[in-house]
Design a binder for this molecule. Structure first.
Ligand SMILES: [Zn+2]
Length: 359
């Protein structure tokens, strides 16, 4: 039946009608609130590039967790800023690591809150990469190769030739996959023992879900679920997070382990691999630039599906709202609704507390 019998505007006439026929709804119990725990006491330091988001010492983080839970948000995910970094990510798996301390305190004070623990090594490694770094046995260093460049056009020509060469050359280091698995597994067991309810590996090493599952089971932690950051893309939208978690790589980038933004079929292979290895829940990250990946994953897989509205998504909205270019609350809710509509049933978002008040 076509117009004029069909008039789609009939059901849009009032707020009540629109609400009745809404296909997608946001509820606070879909939200997970990310938190950054740092050493000290009474510390509440705002992240410059993420207004409204703080580095919190354990005592302050507990207060924040109480507030989050009282708003109906059932879960937080914890990231740690250790006081020391090294080459084996000691702070990630130490019994008295910063996240382990926070988890114990939160379990004691807010027992109902579901604690997720991000499992990665970058925040705890002096080089800022997500795995163990080894010098690659390259055939020739850039410096040596550059000496071979024939100068054809003075300094300018030489500079261009060297740049071209650098783009073609293999990096002089390697993020070692298999050796990193042991540290990730050790971290997971340590976090679960400290009270973390859901282990969430975000490193993107191959085989880490299986390694973590095996280690958890061997430690008797058979009931601890794994939420894998299964399709995590190498993204410019992570920029502000690196300040929040002090986790910027000191050299190179993460493109050799995080996914290429061009690939949705490969994302499905990543997810399938993690499911095969024993993931209980899966995640797509970032959210808004990858809504098609969320939708495709929702169709293909039956596991609970999470999406991470990352720091850059948050900070763009904050910055535009501060300039008066967009309506802050409206865009915040619309962005979350779009992620829900694409198919994510769990949303990790810095807006968890505020959005909970509005849904
Ligand atoms: Zn990492």
């Amino acid at each position: 039946m076509a117009f004029p019998t069909t008039r789609l505007r009939r059901l849009r006439r009032t707020a009540e009608l629109r609400n009745m026929v809404a296909e997608t709804r946001l509820t606070p119990d879909a939200f997970v609130y990310p938190m950054f725990v740092c050493p000290g006491e009474g510390v509440r330091k705002e992240v410059r590039s993420m207004p409204g988001v703080f580095n919190l010492s354990v005592d302050e983080a507990v207060k924040e967790a109480e507030q989050v839970y009282s708003l109906g948000v059932p879960s937080v995910i914890l990231f740690g800023l250790p006081d020391k970094k090294d080459e084996v990510a000691t702070g990630a798996w130490a019994e008295n690591g910063i996240v382990q301390q926070a988890a114990r305190a939160m379990k004691r004070e807010v027992p109902g809150l579901v604690l997720m623990g991000d499992v990665c090594l970058c925040e705890y490694m002096s080089h800022g990469h997500c795995g163990i770094v080894k010098a690659a046995p390259g055939p020739q260093s850039l410096g040596a190769a550059a000496r071979d460049v024939v100068v054809v056009n003075g300094d300018k020509g030489k500079k261009q030739a060297i740049e071209k060469l650098a783009n073609r050359m293999q990096p002089e280091y390697e993020i070692v996959n298999d050796a990193s698995l042991e540290l990730l597994a050790r971290t997971s067991v340590s976090l679960a023992k400290a009270g973390i309810d859901i282990i969430a590996p975000s490193d993107m090493m191959d085989g880490r879900v299986a390694a973590i599952r095996k280690a958890l089971d061997e430690a008797g932690l058979i009931n601890t679920p794994i939420l894998s950051y299964a399709a995590k893309f190498a993204s410019g939208f992570y920029g502000p997070f690196r300040e929040a978690a002090d986790s910027a790589p000191q050299f190179g980038d993460r493109r050799s382990y995080q996914m290429d933004g061009a690939n949705v079929r490969e994302a499905m292979r990543e997810i399938a691999a993690d499911v095969e290895e024993g993931a209980d829940m899966i995640m797509v990250k970032p959210a808004m630039p990858y809504l098609d990946v969320i939708a495709t994953a929702r169709e293909r897989f039956d596991l609970p599906l999470a999406a991470y509205q990352v720091s850059g998504e948050y900070s763009m909205i904050e910055a535009a709202a501060r300039n008066g270019w967009i309506e802050r609350e409206r865009v915040m809710m619309e962005s979350l609704l779009s992620i829900r509509r694409a198919g994510a049933s769990v949303i990790l978002t810095y807006y968890a507390k505020e959005a909970a008040k509005l849904c």
